[in-house]
Design a protein around this ligand. Structure first.
Ligand code: R5P
Length: 300
């Protein structure tokens, strides 16, 4: 048997995964936050020599990190055979270099902590830019679920006459894959980041898809500035109002209103982070990846 435990906010994802995995059930646990900000974790369903899976998407990761370590430690103490982590969004992957003198390369210690406490990790399209794979920083078995197929199927149903547009050069890897699967053309814009909330995006000389509805596709929407700036570049060039699709919708602060103010008519993401815009369901693909991890022999 397998027992899935949900960090608060991940209950729907855990329940859906439990329905799709053979011999799996949702376990009860309690996450009590004391007034001083410390957390007491209590596992109410003991994982007696079973596989335990913690489901916790890692947006806004800092307050989640200590509680998930406490949960992993307790699950092992209570007899879990292995403790896996399903983190549909994996934090800190964009901090993969020392961009300025003295900065932490946060992806590295973050991965070391997760690898210390969990036996395996399943995630969706982590931001792999400077690292070739998660193995560069994670020392446990990891599986990456790709959202391209789900996004392409959604696009093929909703936006037949579109051009898939990447807001920056880094997005080309996702955009070209999604466009190919959806049978749509693609173009990639040029982005210059001037600060956390300040980016400038420009169009390539001529992309040849002037009349098509532009569907901006990126891996992450965080402040929304990349998408907003891309939308303004498109409308400045007389293109139709764009739609935005992302794998992970972090939507910090005023991201949504900034995007709509820039003329974006619709925003859709996967359900890697709970929210009303998460219309592309990744649970079937996650369940497949989890099954593969569960069938790995821990002693080999
Ligand atoms: C860049 O490295 C990522 O692929 C996204 O383009 C970026 O994280 C989006 O950030 P924001 O929404 O803050 O512009």
């Amino acid at each position: 048997m397998t027992v899935l435990y949900a960090y608060p906010g991940n209950e729907a994802m855990a329940a859906s995964l439990a329905r799709q995995l053979p011999q799996a059930r949702v376990g009860e646990c309690d996450w009590h936050r004391f007034p001083d900000g410390e957390t007491r974790v209590r596992i109410d369903t003991s994982p007696d020599n079973e596989d335990a899976i913690l489901v916790c998407t890692l947006d806004h990761p800092d307050p989640k990190l200590a509680p998930i370590i406490f949960a992993a430690d307790t699950l092992r103490d209570l007899g879990a055979r292995r403790v896996g982590l399903v983190a549909p969004y994996l934090a800190y992957m964009r901090q993969d270099a020392r961009f300025n003198p003295g900065e932490a390369i946060s992806s590295r210690p973050f991965a070391a902590v997760i690898s210390r406490w969990f036996d395996w990790l399943v995630t969706i399209d982590p931001h792999l830019h400077r690292y070739a794979s998660l193995d560069a920083v994670y020392s446990i078995p990891t599986s990456i679920v790709h959202a391209a197929e789900g996004i392409a199927a959604w696009l093929a149903t909703e936006y037949r006459g579109a051009v898939v547009v990447g807001p920056d050069q880094e997005s080309e890897q996702w955009v070209s894959d999604v466009a190919k699967r959806a049978g749509l053309p693609f173009a990639v814009l040029v982005k210059e980041r001037l600060g956390d909330r300040n980016v400038r995006v420009s169009l390539p000389e001529e992309d040849g898809w002037r009349e098509h509805i532009p569907v901006l596709v990126d891996d992450i929407i965080s402040s929304g500035r990349t998408m907003a700036s891309a939308a303004r570049a498109l409308s400045g060039a007389g293109r139709p109002a764009p739609v935005c699709v992302a794998v992970h919708g972090l939507f910090s602060e005023d991201a949504r209103s900034i995007m709509h103010a820039a003329g974006i008519v619709r925003i859709a993401t996967t359900n890697s982070i709970p929210g009303p815009l998460g219309v592309i369901d990744m649970t079937p693909a996650l369940a497949n990846a989890i099954s593969a991890q569960l069938h790995e022999d821990p002693s080999s």
